[in-house]
Design a binder for this molecule. Structure first.
Ligand code: NAP
Ligand code: MG
Length: 492
């Protein structure tokens, strides 16, 4: 089956006529379709369509846009299971997690629809009499969205819904690894009756579609989620045209376990955070920092639970851990395991490809735990983006926090402790955009800000009210109804 771009309300081939195939990482004989390899001309057509659609869409009253987005959320709800199945086939996460991914889009759709009746600005007194002052939100314009494959519906939905409710039109470049999921998601907006050109979908690579989108003079804003390396390159390029750039990037998220923690609770949270989505979450826990007094006991429980995880095709209900996204990523993960061994870390479990029986068909890697990891090691510092957990011991709270913060990333963080003082201090001390107490590093909710500090982000936040801030510009309004020239700042 051959799929096409969605530009100006039509499904159209790329100018090049070339295609690439999307296959399942659990079983490459499961083909999800052929997708256009678009280029700069296709990007240009899509941007022109978004430009033409902008006037009418941005003038539509926001509550009316909200009604449309509510309808979109309803259609996603109806198609939830179908979308989840396609996602699992295309990128491998187990079906239950894929359902959660789709659910985030439903939640975000309803949330953004409601924002249509808020989009609050503010009114404030003037320093003069007979003068009104207020500030309102305006859309930014045409926004380019570039997204990764690991949350192929949730992450785009965090961008698409807030962008649309605020009155922007958009051009979306999804990840090359998940085009079918992107196609199905876009179809929902078509089905719900979004006007032509408001939402344009262009398939293709980072260099052939991503770069021209970033460079296009009519694209006022780029919102990107992906690796820090690519995000930095986008930031530099977009700076030349002074575009708004919203970046959500990598993580090396720590869980700290103190000596007073509930260890069974901690083990469940660690396994879910480190090996859920096969460790391929921006918020995955990849560093475990454990108080030395409970280290051995915790590790014993953790290894036992990790060994019990069942690998396999995520469509099968008994499977806990699906494949990694593709062969190059599997090789990168294994290289990191070899680096860890060379650096002197001790491998307790995993550390190899899984290829028995049906697993031989796909890209499966065993959940892996290293202990005796020190902060100088590359496996402690670099984002591996796979099922690899590094464990480091700390002698007390201060050392644990110093270790947790010893990273260039700052997305999510967590601490397990029963001591309220320790918990409250950790909230202040952990350098991260998100901190969980007595829970793993994952599980964001759509009505709260999401994003990170340090090299995870550039100051913006996704979701919640913060997303509305990203996708709007302030307009300040002064109405002088005195009928004479009143000068501000006390000028006579
Ligand atoms: P990636 O390689 O950075 O790719 C992300 C997107 O950027 C893809 O659509 C990619 O296209 C595109 N791209 C690549 N090079 C580009 C360029 N030069 N200019 C413009 N666009 C370009 O990331 P990934 O491997 O898909 O995803 C994993 C990364 O995403 C991890 O680092 C993870 O931490 C991060 N992530 C962060 C968050 C967050 O919210 N902080 C959430 C999820 C994931 P192609 O697919 O065609 O290469
Ligand atoms: Mg990639």
């Amino acid at each position: 089956m051959r799929y096409t771009n969605w530009i100006d309300g039509d499904w159209v081939d790329a100018k090049s006529g070339e295609v690439s195939k999307s296959v399942s990482p659990a079983d490459p004989s499961d083909v999800l379709g052929e997708f256009p390899r678009s280029g700069p001309e296709d990007v240009n057509t899509a941007v022109e369509a978004a430009d033409r659609a902008f006037k009418e869409w941005s003038r539509m009253p926001a509550p009316k846009r909200g009604e449309l987005l509510y309808r979109v959320a309803e259609v996603i709800r109806e198609r939830k299971e179908e979308l989840a199945q396609i996602m699992t086939r295309e990128m491998g996460k187990v079906l239950n997690e894929a359902r959660g991914d789709v659910q985030e889009a439903i939640d975000m759709g309803y949330y953004a629809a409601g924002e249509g009746r808020r989009l609050h600005g503010y009114v404030t007194p003037s320093e003069l009499t007979l003068k009104a002052c207020y500030a309102i939100r305006r859309p930014v314009g045409r926004v380019g969205l570039i997204t990764p494959w690991n949350f192929p519906i949730a992450v785009p939905s965090w961008k698409i819904f807030p962008a649309l409710i605020a009155g922007n039109t958009l051009i979306w470049k999804p990840a090359t690894d998940t085009p079918r999921t992107a196609y199905e998601f876009a179809r929902v907006f078509e089905e719900a009756g979004l006007p032509s050109g408001v939402f344009n979908l262009v398939f293709g690579s980072g260099s052939n579609v991503g770069v021209p989108l970033v460079d296009h003079p009519k694209v006022e804003m780029i919102s990107f989620t992906g690796s820090t390396e690519v995000g930095r390159a986008i930031y530099e390029r977009a700076a030349r045209k002074l575009a708004h750039v919203h970046l959500e990037m990598g993580g090396k998220n720590p869980i700290v376990v103190m000596d007073d923690a509930d260890l069974d609770l901690a083990v469940d949270g660690i396994v879910w955070s480190a090996f859920g989505t096969t460790g391929q979450r921006c918020t995955a826990c990849s560093r475990l920092i454990v108080h030395e007094a409970v280290h051995d006991e915790l590790i014993e429980k953790l290894v036992e639970e990790t060994r019990a995880l069942r690998l396999g095709n995520g469509l099968e209900p008994e499977v806990d851990v699906g494949p990694v996204i593709n062969e190059p990523q599997l090789h990168k993960i294994h290289e990191y395991v070899e680096i860890g061994l060379q650096e002197g870390a001790k491998l307790l479990v995993g550390g190899e490809r899984a290829a028995e029986g049906d697993l031989a068909k796909g890209s499966f890697y065993r959940p892996t735990i290293f202990v005796d990891v020190t902060s100088e090691m590359r496996i402690f510092q670099e984002e591996i983006f796979g099922p690899v957990l590094s464990v480091t011991q700390a002698k007390d709270y201060h050392e644990a926090i110093a270790l947790a913060n010893d990273t260039r990333y700052g997305l999510s963080s967590a601490i397990y402790t029963k001591n309220i003082n320790t918990a409250m201090r950790a909230i202040e001390n952990l350098e991260a955009g998100i901190t969980y107490i007595n829970y793993g590093t994952i599980g964001a909710e759509v009505h709260l800000p999401f994003g990170g500090v340090k090299e995870t982000g550039n100051g913006g936040r996704e979701a919640g009210q913060a997303a509305i801030d990203q996708y709007t510009e302030w307009k300040t309004v002064y109405v002088d109804y005195s009928g004479r020239l009143q000068k501000a700042q006390g000028i006579e």
